[in-house]
Write a protein that binds this ligand. Structure first.
Ligand code: ADP
Ligand code: MG
Ligand code: MG
Length: 886
């Protein structure tokens, strides 16, 4: 016989914490709390297996479930001394859903189940409090109708609104016993009008509640959430049926939520709120202002409301003990719900609390110091992506601020700048060296360039997944979205919040971590890897085996990355160095030259610039490895596209406009992903590779001589498809190295390798490794050339080209492990087969993505390389991969 039902009651339980798969998170923890001697109202959990059975068997229950539920009911009746459905002494239940992981979209809880026209009188008599009994009944009808019968709460709320208004009440708890009686009548009428009468039979109510929980597993919201979070549909939810305790039975009763530490900052004090004479979600619903737990919080917040420590000192002490007990037991910060009924404390829930990145880090470090957890556990406690919050500049907490409004914290970080109302204006103002905040009703793909040059983005509309929010997070830019009281007048060039008007050019500050919009210029403080953060990252570095480099070509990026702990440069793109206004014309001259001699002349002019770039980078990197990629993009990208610019170029080079237009057309690549680019430029114009190699080696020698410290520059040949291409270019690079050694009298080591971006290159990696001394997976392009998918196809998600109408895949998504990843694994194996000490890394966007980093660890890469701000995230993800995979 399968056991479908597990009971729990004060002091004992059939389940326990590690039975979360069977009992759901809530049920397992209720059982565990009973086991460790915390007061919990008795109840029982119907397992997730019943849910699975229900959906596999045409929405029917296992035959013996009914009897097991009845047995459990008896057990609770005996413990409580009440009877379910009894007129004199009724037992009441809450019916709560509970999946393995907490899941929004699941059924709301039904409280006070078991009340009807008769039992409500029994409750009134037993408690000697009619008002309380009627209040519980009206709550029950409202919840049951909403959750089980599908009658929206609005009609019920309207009745309550009316009663409050008619009597000049501010709160529901002012409504009198008599008034509640007629409210209940109205509520019952609403149910009838909306379909069917409220069931009076408690058993029918109970099975209605159980059925509603299982039914909610398959509502659209829940299905959608599961897909988004990769939660399998066959996990199922459990149902918890628990005897009621009443926080609404008078002023010696209360209900509250609390955290064992502050979930926003991680500070170790008792954090929480409670409301007297209230039930269930009243605390979070913001109906009345809740009261703080401790004197400390009371003082800090400056509230006049009494705190629990003062109002219920004994119960507070008991709850504080439970706080310590549960934290020590679970070895993690707890999020708890409690209720006080007539001076007795009951715990209704505990779970590991959600927290900000800042809090996660502080709690993890302090718990190691307290001896509660070890370093490996601490490392797994911080979500790598959440570290982002700690890396961006933040507002000085001590600064005075005028908050205009609060929107959604769409992308973390602080931004200050002049208000601009269009992407074009953002670009123009930013090009004058000014900082701007782009303010839009909402953003669209045309705004990308403007967003890129802005310090931050503020939108009146849109949620956490709006265009502005998604793009801003991708760019690492602070963003506040959905500020509903923000009025934007594009024509008048001003914005209005309340009575405050800001014109274009006025200063504004936005905090993407809190969602605050602040008038004027608030001072910023730079993120520092000091204190707890520094200590935590030192543990991370002890454990990880993957190295972390950065993608950088400017001194600023390289410096930032080193501050964040980068161990080298994995990708320095040289073409970005040619777009500078002082160089672009030499570059164009080189491209437009029609013979080698003229090309070399133009290249000679570029050489000193390029050499200086590398000198700067080598100095900053102080001997760490630096991988420099030779020129990569198709040449037409360097030529002007607008006619006015073409005329100007023609004049400055002394050639005809027709000539420029013709050359641009000839160089144009129909498919700029492929075609005449990458190593093929070096094959057709070897003098370009020679100049770049010369610049690299001369810069290296200069820095080695100046610092007296040798290092190994790495020359990278992009987008190779064949060994022959590598051979042709490597030969030139080697010659140049010898020449520089001879001319400078300094011998040095260097490596020549390739960036792997084509499926062909992966398949031929053994051949390529005969020439290449290192591989670097360029997974942005490799994902595109493989037609990789950005999300696991195993879910029922459609490929991006269906959902978004575009290929390539989303570059911010995780690596396509089955497609692209399999090619990488093959290439790594083939490469090592030929050249055992070959160095292999990844430098695509995936090098900064935790799930992709885990994959790179598993296939034995040497390093990942990512943008500077993701370096600490990658370090942590690498350590987590090491812990996870051993
Ligand atoms: P959620 O998963 O949304 O937190 P819960 O099942 O924890 O939902 O319940 C919602 C509210 O009902 C909480 O405030 C909880 O404290 C309260 N509640 C649940 N069960 C009981 C009970 N047996 N007695 C009193 N209040 C309860
Ligand atoms: Mg809860
Ligand atoms: Mg590429």
């Amino acid at each position: 016989m399968t056991k479908w039902v597990y009971t729990f009651g004060d002091g004992a339980a059939e389940g326990q914490a590690d039975m979360r798969n069977l009992l759901g998170g809530k049920g397992a923890n209720l059982a565990e709390m009973c086991r460790v001697g915390v007061p919990v109202p008795p109840g029982f959990t119907i397992t997730t297996e019943v849910c699975t059975y229900y959906y596999e068997n045409n929405k029917t229950y296992p035959e013996d479930l009914k009897q097991q539920v009845l047995d459990a009911l008896k057990f609770i009746e005996n413990k409580m001394g009440y009877k379910f459905g009894d007129k004199e002494n009724p037992l009441l239940f809450s019916v709560r859903s509970g999946a393995r992981v907490s899941m929004p979209g699941m059924m709301d809880t039904v409280l006070n189940l078991g009340l009807n026209d008769e039992t409500v009188e029994g409750l009134a008599k037993r408690s000697n409090n009619k008002r309380f009994a009627y209040d519980s009944y009206r709550r029950f009808i409202q919840m049951y109708a909403d959750v089980v019968m599908g009658v929206s709460s609005t009609r019920f709320e309207k009745v309550l609104d009316r009663v409050r208004e008619e009597n000049g009440y501010k709160y529901d708890n002012q409504i009198t016993e008599e008034q509640l009686k007629s409210v209940i009548q109205e509520f019952k009428t609403i149910c009838e009008e909306e379909g069917k009468p409220l069931p009076q039979d408690p058993m029918e109510q109970l099975w209605g509640g159980i059925g509603a929980v299982f039914g909610s597993w398959m509502v659209d919201r829940a299905i959608y959430y599961r897909k988004l979070n990769n939660i399998p549909g066959d996990w199922g939810t459990a149902v918890n049926v628990q005897s009621m305790v009443f926080g609404n039975s008078g002023d010696n009763s209360a209900t509250g939520v609390c955290f064992s530490r502050d979930p926003a900052t991680g500070e170790n004090y008792f954090y929480g709120e409670y409301l007297k004479n209230a039930q269930g979600e009243d605390v979070v619903a913001g109906i009345r202002t809740p009261q703080p737990m401790t004197k400390l919080v009371k003082e800090r917040s400056g509230t006049d409301l009494p705190c629990m420590e003062e109002e219920f000192p004994d119960l507070y002490a008991q709850l504080n003990d439970i706080r310590h007990k549960l934290e020590a037991h679970y070895k993690d910060m707890q999020d708890m719900e409690f209720t006080i009924q007539d001076g007795k404390l009951w715990m209704l829930q505990t779970r590991n609390g959600k927290r900000t990145g800042t809090a996660a880090l502080r709690i993890a470090v302090e718990m190691v110091r307290e001896g509660l957890i070890d370093k490996k556990t601490a490392i797994m406690r911080v979500d790598a992506n959440q570290l982002d919050q700690l890396l961006h500049p933040t507002f000085d907490k001590k600064a005075k601020k005028e908050v205009l409004s609060t929107g959604l914290p769409a992308s973390p970080g602080a931004a200050v700048g002049q208000v601009v109302f269009s992407a074009a204006e953002a670009e123009k103002t930013a090009s004058e060296g000014k900082k701007v905040v782009l303010v839009r009703i909402e953003t669209s793909p045309e705004d990308i360039a403007g967003m890129h040059v802005s310090q931050g983005i503020l939108t009146a509309r849109g949620g956490m997944t709006s265009h502005a929010a998604v793009v801003a997070r991708g760019m690492g830019k602070p963003c506040v979205s959905g500020v509903s009281d923000l009025r934007i007048d594009y024509e008048g060039q001003f914005l209005k919040v309340g009575d405050t008007v800001l014109k274009a050019g006025d200063m504004i500050s936005i905090d993407g971590t809190t969602g605050q919009v602040i008038k004027g210029e608030l001072p910023l403080v730079v993120a520092e890897m000091a204190g707890n953060f520094g200590e935590f990252m030192s543990w991370v570095d002890e454990i990880r085996t993957l190295h972390v480099r950065t993608n950088a070509e400017t001194p600023k990026d390289a410096e930032t990355a080193r501050r964040f702990g980068a161990e080298g440069i994995g990708l320095c793109r040289t073409e970005h160095m040619f777009f500078d206004p002082s160089r672009i014309n030499h570059m164009r001259e080189m491209i437009l030259a029609d013979n080698e001699e003229d090309r070399r002349k133009a290249l000679d002019k570029l050489l000193p610039y390029q050499r200086q770039d590398f000198i700067d980078l080598f100095k900053i990197m102080e001997g760490l490895p630096v991988t420099i990629r030779l020129l990569d993009p198709p040449l037409h990208e360097f030529l002007p596209q607008k006619e006015a610019d073409q005329v100007e170029l023609a004049q400055s080079l002394g050639v005809s406009l027709e000539d420029i237009v013709a050359r641009t057309a000839a160089l144009h690549e129909a498919n700029p992903m492929l075609g005449h680019r990458g190593c093929r430029l070096g094959v057709t114009y070897p003098e370009i590779s020679e100049m770049q190699a010369q610049a690299i080696f001369e810069a290296a020698v200069k820095v080695m001589q100046e610092t007296g410290k040798d290092f190994v520059p790495e020359v990278e040949i992009p987008l190779a498809a064949t060994k022959k291409e590598l051979d042709l270019i490597k030969q030139r690079v080697v010659k140049m190295a010898e020449k520089v050694m001879k001319e400078t009298g300094k011998t040095f080591k260097y490596k020549v390798g390739t960036m792997i971006e084509l499926p062909r290159a992966c398949l031929m990696a053994d051949k390529l490794a005969e020439t290449a001394e290192f591989f670097n997976f360029g997974t942005n392009d490799l994902t595109q050339t493989t037609l990789g998918v950005s999300r696991d196809d195993a879910g029922s998600f459609l490929p991006d080209y269906v959902t978004k109408g575009i290929y390539p895949a989303d570059p911010f998504a995780s690596l396509d492990q089955e497609g692209v990843g399999a090619l990488m694994q093959l290439a790594a194996k083939k490469g090592k087969g030929v050249r055992p000490d070959i160095e292999i890394g990844i430098c695509g966007e995936h090098g900064g993505d935790p799930a992709s980093i885990d994959f790179c660890h598993r296939i034995g890469l040497d390093y990942v390389s990512c943008s500077p701000y993701r370096v600490p995230i990658a370090r942590l993800a690498a350590a987590q991969a090491a812990v996870r995979n051993g």
